[in-house]
Design a protein around this ligand. Structure first.
Ligand code: AMP
Ligand code: MG
Length: 350
C-alpha cells in the first residue's frame, strides 16, 4: 500500500482533500490525522472491521482500548449510558481539549473499541483538521496515537510516516502538534474520579472544576497484576526510543553530578551516550550527545518537545539515554509519567 501525505494548511481551500479523507473513513479505512496532543490513527468507531485495522497497523495488543473522538457533545449520548453532571461541567470547561472521559458504554460501541470493557473513553479534540474530519465523515472516530505500538507518540507527520509507511493509505499533515503528550484520561465511573493517565489538562485544572480527583498508582509505578483491568494501556512498554532510557530523579545538582559520572563511564565502555537535558543544564555537560527538552520552569514546553527529542536520539544512534527528571507539577506529571515508561521504570532515585 502506498501511504500518501497530504499537507492541510488552509481548511477552507482544501475541502476536496478533507472530503477524500472523510470518504476513506466512511469506507472503513484508517487515516492518520493531527490533534492538539499527538497524531491519531483514526477509523470509524462504530465499524468493528475498520477498528481492527487500527490494531493491525499499530501492532497494538487487542486488550488495549481506544479513545473515541467526537465533534461535540451532541455525539456523546449515543456512545455512553449516562452522563453525570461532573462530566458536563468538565466538557464545558475543557472541550475541545486534551481531556478524555471514561463512562459506562452504550450498546452501540463495538467491543473491539473498548477491548471488551463495559466503559468507553471519549474526547473532543481541539484541532481544526481533526474536527473537520470527524464532522465530514459523520461518524465518531476511534483513534489511538499514530505510532507503532511501544514507540514514542508522533508529534509531526514525518514521525507518523516513519512508523506507518505502507500500512495506511493517508496521513493528513497539520504541522507540529501543540501539547505534545497524549490527553489526560479521567475515569468518571469512580468516586472520586481517577486519573489513569496525566496529560495537558492537569490535576490542578481538574480539581478547580470538580474538586478532589485521585491519581491511579500506575501513573508513576509499574502496574500491579490486579490493576491491569483499570488502565489496560499502562501495562505495556510505551513511548520507548531504540536505546534504553535511564531516568534520574532527585535534586538537580545531584542529578547532574550522577549524569556526568555515568557519561564518563559509558564513554569509557565504548558507548555512545545521549543526555536528555533542559535549557538550564545543557551547557553544564561537556561530553555525550546533548538535547534539551526546553525550559524546566515551563512544563508545557517540556511536554511539547519530549517525544520529538526521543525520536531524534533514534536518528543519532545512541546506545543509552540518560534523562533528567523534572518537577511532577502541572504538565510535569505527564512528562515524568511518559519518561518513566519510556525508561521501563529504570529510575535512579538520588
Ligand atoms: P492512546 O490511544 O495511545 O492514547 O491510548 C489510549 C489510552 O486510554 C490507553 O492507555 C488506554 O488504556 C486508555 N483507555 C481507553 N479506553 C479506556 C477504558 N474504557 N478504560 C480505561 N482506560 C481506557
Ligand atoms: Mg499511544
Amino acid at each position: 500500500m502506498i501511504t500518501r501525505v497530504v499537507s492541510i494548511t488552509d481548511l477552507k481551500k482544501q475541502q476536496d482533500e478533507m472530503r477524500e479523507a472523510a470518504r476513506l473513513i466512511r469506507l472503513g479505512e484508517v487515516v492518520a490525522f493531527p490533534t492538539e496532543t499527538v497524531y491519531g490513527l483514526g477509523a470509524d468507531a462504530l465499524d468493528a472491521g475498520a477498528v481492527r485495522k487500527i490494531f493491525r497497523a499499530k501492532g497494538r495488543p487487542a486488550d488495549n482500548p481506544l479513545i473515541i473522538h467526537i465533534h461535540d457533545t451532541g455525539q456523546w449520548q449515543k456512545l455512553v449510558e449516562e452522563i453525570p453532571d461532573s462530566a458536563y461541567l468538565l466538557a464545558e470547561k475543557f472541550w475541545p481539549g486534551p481531556l478524555t472521559m471514561i463512562l459506562n458504554k452504550s450498546g452501540e460501541v463495538p467491543a473491539e473499541v473498548t477491548a471488551g470493557l463495559n466503559t468507553v473513553a471519549v474526547r473532543v479534540p481541539a484541532h481544526p483538521v481533526a474536527l473537520s474530519l470527524i464532522s465530514l465523515s459523520g461518524v465518531p472516530i476511534a483513534a489511538p496515537s499514530a505510532n507503532r505500538s511501544g514507540r514514542p507518540s508522533p508529534t509531526a507527520a514525518q514521525h507518523v510516516l516513519k512508523d506507518m509507511a505502507g500500512r495506511i493509505p493517508l496521513i493528513l499533515d497539520g504541522g507540529r502538534t501543540d501539547v505534545g503528550v497524549e490527553s489526560t484520561v479521567l475515569d468518571l465511573t469512580k468516586s472520586p474520579p481517577v486519573i489513569l493517565r496525566p496529560g495537558g489538562v492537569t490535576v490542578e485544572m481538574l480539581e478547580s472544576v470538580i474538586g478532589q480527583v485521585a491519581i491511579h498508582p500506575s501513573v508513576m509505578q509499574p502496574v500491579q497484576k490486579d490493576e491491569a483491568a483499570h488502565s489496560p494501556g499502562m501495562k505495556y512498554v510505551h513511548y520507548a526510543p531504540k536505546a534504553p532510557v535511564v531516568l534520574i530523579r532527585g535534586s538537580l545538582p545531584k542529578q547532574m553530578e550522577y549524569i556526568r559520572t555515568r557519561v564518563s563511564s559509558e564513554l569509557e565502555a565504548g558507548k555512545q551516550v545521549g543526555i536528555l537535558a533542559t535549557d538550564q543544564t545543557i551547557a553544564c555537560y561537556d561530553e555525550g550527545i546533548r538535547l534539551s527538552m526546553g525550559d524546566r520552569d515551563k512544563p508545557a514546553d517540556l511536554a511539547g518537545n519530549l517525544f520529538a527529542r526521543l525520536r531524534e536520539f533514534d536518528d543519532l544512534n545512541v546506545d543509552i539515554i540518560l534523562a533528567e527528571g523534572v518537577d511532577e507539577k502541572e504538565e510535569g506529571l505527564a512528562v515524568m509519567n511518559r519518561m518513566a515508561r519510556a525508561a521501563g521504570f529504570c529510575i535512579i532515585d538520588l
